[in-house]
Design a binder for this molecule. Structure first.
Ligand code: COA
Ligand code: AMP
Length: 631
């Protein structure tokens, strides 16, 4: 038991949620400004598995900005943009951020964007990305942010599915050692896509000027300057605030829908109970706005809570050194930092003794939160020792929008158990189930599932694909949401999340589909069949590894084919896939019924023993694969 557990209010808070979930969430909802109060806290008849705050009306951007300005916080810093890449630090007060958001909303409205219209945002980590998101929310439009590390073809898939009226983008992003020209990628994506937006709003960054398509493209800053401020438009609590695409098991990304009311309530509540962050605190989530973590904890949650959020355009190492995170924390007085374990592993590799940590004044720093992948115990222990501050690993997914399990600063609980993901947040009843859906005893590993209904903030559906939502999450275990993660709940109630049960891999905290990569490899003219697995990697947690069998008669140099495959995945999915290793093999290990034994390949790739499963067609293939992998 953690030494603070005896005095923690977590058990009482969790029990009070369990006793009356609707009353618990109704009380949390009092922290949000509603233009119309809800009729029902939870309506089980709505959507695939019920919806929260039905009948309520609100504007989320108004809750993020105007509300604080009206309450006298207009001069407080709302957003600090810290960009070692661009060499800038800029601070925007709540009043400034509200005013820019209102004008950009006006500019989007002038382009014809209205309530319910989709707007794709494909941008680097610049303030205008946050402003564009909030401007959509202000208008009641639905944003869909696409991470900048995706290639044109992936962007095109999202444009086709979301059918945006407008797209907001920038001339370029800045990666160490190279400029990423976003505009040609955007132009290519629009050319690939059957759906065409009416208009694009392009931020011209000083490092690179983008060519503009006359009639379609508009300069972001000019449009903002010319626009009239747009007032917030109230929307239904159950209306979508955004769509965020995430990797599923196939090449088609899943459009996770987030509704407005439940999300605002859950995020606002999470800031106090999980992070212990209050209005005026500086809160930094070192992720990217293209991921769910960035949506929730760079943009919406800290602003809903009246905190100062930090938007960082840089890396944990190399911009300029492994002290970058601690420099930002010291310079801006960050109290809570949220990042991915992979970032800490990168820092630890370059600064194992924590010399850079010691060089910065971290007196205002309170706690470190980790998510995106399981934090390996050596990294958790290392950073906790070097910082001398609480470290919390917390588990969540794009679908849930906020943590499922955590440690709770607001409740005074720090169950620092390296390797575990903490206790369930109020709102979640988490259990391990066997493959038939029966409850497993505490301490036994199985399929992690959440008892329905899901709490506010969690996805009510997939974009225009309610059936896909049911099939992916609800059908396997009736009455439960299938998380797709394997793990256990231990005897003390801590949840251990050990890995995915599907073909999704986690590369540097980024969720990627091996199925999508296999589709790309299979499209190469010389490839007969292929398998992609996630191989263990000391820095990124996992990296993809592709094995391909060439078509009969394809007399090719294996190294040349491998190079072409690496280039193809980069071109079709993007650099974020980090696909750098493809090997040509004579055969793939399969069951007698022809199913590729990816589990065995993964074990071999990790250098482990891979005993031949009883269903294997020909055990000798495993030795062939082992020989290719050691090369
Ligand atoms: N736009 C364009 N390209 C991008 C990009 C973006 N927004 N973000 C990453 N890329 C590129 C990188 O430049 C890299 O390209 P390269 O193959 O030419 O080197 C590639 O995508 C892979 O990026 P990444 O996996 O981030 O690896 P890295 O080697 O550049 O950096 C880390 C390694 C550990 C420093 C980095 O992964 C990191 O900071 N991770 C934190 C993860 C995180 O915040 N996750 C969010 C969930 S909480
Ligand atoms: P994403 O939807 O991209 O946020 O990825 C969600 C997946 O990342 C989860 O299903 C887990 O597999 C993994 N994940 C995220 N956070 C954690 C964590 N703290 N511990 C273990 N796995 C995690």
């Amino acid at each position: 038991m953690d030494e603070t557990e005896a005095t923690s209010t977590y058990p009482a808070a969790y029990a009070s949620w369990q006793a009356d979930p609707e009353a618990w969430w109704a009380e949390a909802a009092e922290d949000i400004d509603w233009t119309r109060r809800w009729d029902r806290v939870f309506d089980p008849a709505l959507g695939a598995a019920g919806q929260w705050f039905a009948g309520g009306m609100l504007n989320v951007a108004e809750n993020c900005l105007d509300r604080h300005v009206d309450a006298g916080r207009g001069e407080q810093a709302a957003l600090i943009w810290d960009s070692p890449m661009a060499g800038h630090v800029r601070t925007y007060t709540y009043a400034e951020l509200r005013d820019r958001t209102a004008r950009v909303a006006g500019a989007l409205a002038a382009l014809g964007v209205g309530v319910g219209d989709r707007v794709v945002i494909y941008m680097p980590m610049v303030p205008e990305a946050v402003i564009a998101m909030l401007a959509c929310a202000r208008l009641g439009a639905v944003h869909s942010v696409v991470f900048g590390g995706f290639a044109a073809a992936e962007l095109a898939k999202r444009i086709e599915d979301a059918e945006p009226r407008a797209i907001v983008s920038a001339s370029c992003g800045l990666e160490p050692g190279r400029l990423v020209a976003y505009k040609p990628l955007l132009d290519a994506a629009i050319a690939f896509s059957a759906h065409k937006p009416d208009a694009c709003l392009i931020l011209q960054r000083p490092m690179l000027a983008a060519d503009m398509a006359p009639g379609r493209d508009h300069d972001f800053m000019e449009a903002e300057a010319a626009a009239a401020p747009h007032p917030p438009v109230p929307v239904r609590a159950t209306d979508p605030l955004y769509i965020l695409y995430t990797s599923g098991t196939t090449g088609k990304p899943k459009g996770v829908v987030r509704d407005a009311g439940g999300y605002a309530v859950a995020l606002r509540a999470s800031m106090h109970m999980i992070y212990g962050a209050e209005a005026g605190d500086v809160y930094w989530c070192a992720s990217d706005v293209g991921w769910v973590v960035g949506h929730s904890y760079i943009v919406y949650a800290p602003l809903l809570a009246g905190c100062t959020t930090v938007l960082y355009e840089g890396k944990p190492v190399g911009t300029p050194d492994p002290g970058a995170f601690w420099r930002v924390c010291a310079q801006h007085g960050v109290r809570v930092l949220f990042t991915a374990p992979t970032a800490l592993r990168a820092i630890k590799q370059q600064d194992p003794d924590g010399r850079h940590i010691a060089q910065h004044d971290l007196s205002r720093f309170d706690a470190l939160f980790l998510a995106g992948e399981r934090c390996d115990p050596p990294t958790a222990t290392w950073i906790a020792g070097k910082l001398g501050r609480p470290v919390v690993d917390h588990w969540w997914q794009t679908e849930t929008g906020w943590p499922i399990t955590a440690g709770f600063r607001g409740y005074g609980l720090f169950p620092f158990k390296p390797g575990a993901g903490g206790r369930p947040c109020p709102g979640y009843d988490v259990r391990a189930l066997d493959d038939g859906g029966a409850l497993l005893p505490l301490g036994e590993t199985g399929n992690l599932a959440i008892r329905l209904p899901l709490p506010p903030g969690c996805a009510p559906t997939l974009w225009r694909n309610a059936e896909g939502f049911r099939a992916a999450y609800l059908l396997d275990y009736p009455g439960w949401y299938r998380t797709g993660d394997a793990g256990q709940v231990d005897r003390e109630g801590d949840v251990w999340v050990m890995g995915r049960t599907d073909d999704v891999i986690n590369v540097a905290g980024h969720r990627l589909s091996t199925g999508a990569m296999e589709e790309v490899l299979a499209s190469h003219p010389d490839v007969a069949e292929c398998a992609v697995v996630g191989a263990a990697d000391a820095l990124k947690g996992q990296v993809p590894l592709g094995l391909v069998v060439l078509k009969a008669g394809a007399e090719r140099d294996p190294a040349a084919v491998a190079q072409e495959l690496v280039a193809l995945v980069r071109e079709r999915i993007g650099p974020v896939a980090a696909f750098k290793d493809a090997r040509v093999v004579a055969r793939l290990p399969k069951t007698r019924s022809g199913k590729i034994l990816r589990g065995s390949i993964r074990k071999l790739a990790d250098g482990n023993d891979a005993p031949a499963p009883p269903t294997i067609d020909d055990p000798a293939i495993l030795d062939e694969i082992r020989a290719v992998l050691v090369r």
